[in-house]
Design a binder for this molecule. Structure first.
Ligand code: GDP
Length: 336
């Protein structure tokens, strides 16, 4: 499957090139453990992954190839018909650290993966509650429909269980009007209508990628304003140091830019560290690639600052306003 419509060969790659925010889609993948999230992500990457490192070969290089290292990232970008879909993985196990909140706080859409045999379970409810609270309009992906026990009637049943779950969680009319897709992540296909086995030429994930483009709104993003990003994830790498990941809420960010990390402190804002951006990175398909510039709305990883952490804001040094941090539900929240 070819996932690109490549730019004409006559257009030279530009160092000032970042995705048009209207072409971006930021999507969380949420599910109960074992319902097929990993298999789904893997399929999407394998279908689209092969072309990716070459597409921007002039302005990005494979970090793994350059340094012989592998960086795990929960965010993977998939090109689709001129759009860039940033897919963000969420923990499938019980999450008490607020990671699900932080993920749903930085995306505009979600794919709710539900095992069509098992139906919605405890973690389905847990993650769905958070997605709805953040105003997302999830797409329901009924997975494992290849299984012998999964019939069209069973899918109808599960869909109405999921509908009730949405309703019980206080979903709005808009949220209740969720699209439903049927898939076998294991066999590598998705369909917008129920089938046990699509024709051979339809054995791909394009209906899901199309649904994301059509159903998930692009991020609201002002590339003209000064740069600001809320750090939503942090990793440490032996060679690269601290890798900060987040969605750029405004402005553009270039390698070499002077930025600072700031945080809310008492009634004001405190500077955590000032420094220069040494690397900008995105995971594209299966490789982590270096980029020179990124714009508002995009989810990226950066290095260069050693102190800022999750919940801190990285901003243009002129900006002394920290972004609102993600508010966690009280720890008493029920898992069932
Ligand atoms: P996760 O915990 O949500 O990431 O689930 P995994 O992707 O690890 O899948 C859990 C199990 O379900 C694995 O054994 C998968 O092979 C299996 N699985 C995932 N998707 C499908 C599917 O579409 N059909 C079938 N039959 N099995 C699947």
């Amino acid at each position: 499957t070819r996932c690109f419509s490549s730019a004409p060969a006559t257009v030279p790659p530009s160092l000032d090139n970042y995705p048009d925010p209207t072409k971006l889609r930021n999507v969380a993948v949420i599910a109960h453990v074992d319902h097929g999230k990993t298999t789904l992500m893997d399929r999407l990457l394998r279908q689209c992954g092969a072309d990716i490192p070459h597409e921007r070969a002039m302005d990005s290089i494979s970090l793994e190839r350059e340094r012989g290292i592998t960086i795990s990232s929960k965010v993977t970008s998939i090109p689709w018909n001129g759009n860039e879909l940033n897919m963000v993985d969420t923990p499938g196990h019980a999450d008490f650290g607020g990671e699900v909140e932080r993920v749903v706080g930085m995306v505009e859409g979600a794919i709710l993966v539900v095992d069509a045999g098992e139906g919605p379970l405890a973690q389905t409810k847990f993650v769905l509650a958070k997605a709805l609270k953040y105003g997302l309009r999830p797409i329901l992906l009924m997975n494992k429909v290849d299984r012998p026990a999964v019939s069209e009637e069973r899918c109808d049943e599960v869909e109405s269980l999921v509908f009730d779950l949405f309703a019980n969680l206080g979903a709005t009319e808009e949220q209740l009007d969720f699209p439903v897709l049927y898939a076998s992540a294991k066999e590598g296909w998705a369909s917008s209508s129920f089938t046990k086995s699509p024709p051979d030429n339809a054995r791909n994930m394009s209906p899901l990628l199309d649904a994301i483009v059509n159903h998930v709104p692009p991020p609201t993003a002002n590339t003209e304003a000064p740069f600001q990003m809320l750090v939503s994830m942090m990793e440490r790498d032996f060679y690269l140091g601290r890798i900060l990941t987040g969605r750029i809420s405004s402005g553009v960010l270039r390698v070499g830019d002077k930025v600072h990390g700031i945080q809310h402190k008492d009634s004001g804002v405190e500077k955590v560290e000032e420094g220069k951006v040494t690397k900008l990175m995105k995971k594209k398909g299966t490789s982590m690639v270096l980029i020179d510039i990124a714009g508002a709305g995009d989810i990226i990883s950066m290095t260069g600052l050693a102190k800022p952490s999750i919940g801190h804001t990285v901003a243009n040094v002129e900006v002394m306003t920290a972004l609102p941090i993600v508010e966690l539900d009280p720890p008493t929240i029920s898992m069932t």
